[in-house]
Write a protein of this length. Sequence first.
Length: 508
Amino acid sequence: MKRIELSEDELNEQKVTLKPIFGIQPECYIKYVYVFLLLFVVFLVFILPGLLKNGTYYRFSSSPQGASVYADDIRLGATPGLYFVPRGEREITLKTPYHETFTKVVKVKGQVFGSLFIKRKKDFTSPLNFNLTRESLNREHLNSASWFQTDEGYSSQPLPPLMTGLMAAYYRSAQNTSEISEKDLLEYHISLLRSAAQIQAYRQWQDSAALFATKGKVLNPHSYLTAILTGVDFLKKNPGSLDIFKQYHTLDSIDFMDPKLKRNNGLVITGGTQSYQPLLSDPLQFRTVGRLNRDGQEYDIYAADREITKGWYALFLADHPEWTLSALDELMKNQWVDENYLHDWDSEIVPGRSREPLRFVSHPAAQAFCSWMEDKYFDSAGMTVRLPGEWEWEEIALVNSLKSSERPSQKNLGPLEAGSFKPGSLNLYDMEGNLWEWCENGFGMNDPFLYNITETSRDSQYSFPDFAVRGGSWANNPGQVNIDTRGSQPGSWCTAYVGLRPLLLVQR
């Protein structure tokens, strides 16, 4: 196609002529086009945003802060915060782990015109009611203890603020109808010191201590001095706790000059000749080992002279079929045992006859056995059968003292019959070797340093993820495990290495 060249004058003379539309001249309809475009822009800017997002922005706040905000079960965020709620009837919910859930049905209004520039806003404030049961507090303790005793290696994943969150919620809540008292919180707080085995855990414990000392407020001279005096009193009673603090702080040596500072569990080992033999057809005897003073009450203490055997456990199962292998699924459902419960059990075991030590038994099963033995063979008033406390076990074993050279070699083949080792000075067999033995108390990493906490742990309302075991087993060579060697495992575990040895307490 041939190109036509135009001069500048010809170009200036070029015109565009609009034709009529439906008989309407251009000078008439062109202004309507402009009006339409203007109205379309107004619609896009001032109306369409309100139609697409019709509702109200609520300024959510709560006392204390940090509550999760839900609108019709959709999480919007946490208080304080400004969140959009769509128009209509909405169920607004505020919840935290420690408070009663607050729910309110709200008729949310909307705004159509100008919502892009002027947002419709409204305040939504709720005072939350702190309402935690002791059972819930125990669960919080168990969760914190589980986190605190994890191995180091989670620096990229900080500990959840369980302790500090609970302490802040207790003191900063607008309402409090909980059955939890400050005494409960103090016991909870001190108990968790047993498990603060890593620096992150210890720092959270310190932050929680500050919240407790100030009742959730900022430290001031009075509360700071009160906290110091409380700490000094605690250190006087538990001087070994300095060994915990020195791991994270530089401290000068502190000597309280008190020769009486020692672990005081009220147990005095004396030995003796008196004994109880609950079943004449079985050699098991409870032999006197000493006296115990607990809460002003005196007891004579007897220890089983050997580990509980399968013959004894068969008697227990005959009276309690709910602990037999036929009930394994239910026992596992309740987390009382694991799948290895009574793994080596022989259906031909004769009740009261077998001398093979019981193993593959859990901590709850060991406690159930002790309760059964108490009811069946020691039903007199003032007689109690239970597992030994960890430090009770240690003191009894120290006095009983069997030299490693006197331990028979088990060659890693399994446990020997109960009573196979030489007896110690208290006439107790197999306390070192053969099987680890369940202790009554939960296991805290810092327990050796806390003289006046762990001795009363039996009466504690708080649970720990693991329980203490003592004594070593057939899998440990002589000299590998000492009397003061501590072990632990979850209470539901049933292993080839752990059995039990009960104590008998006779009230004086």
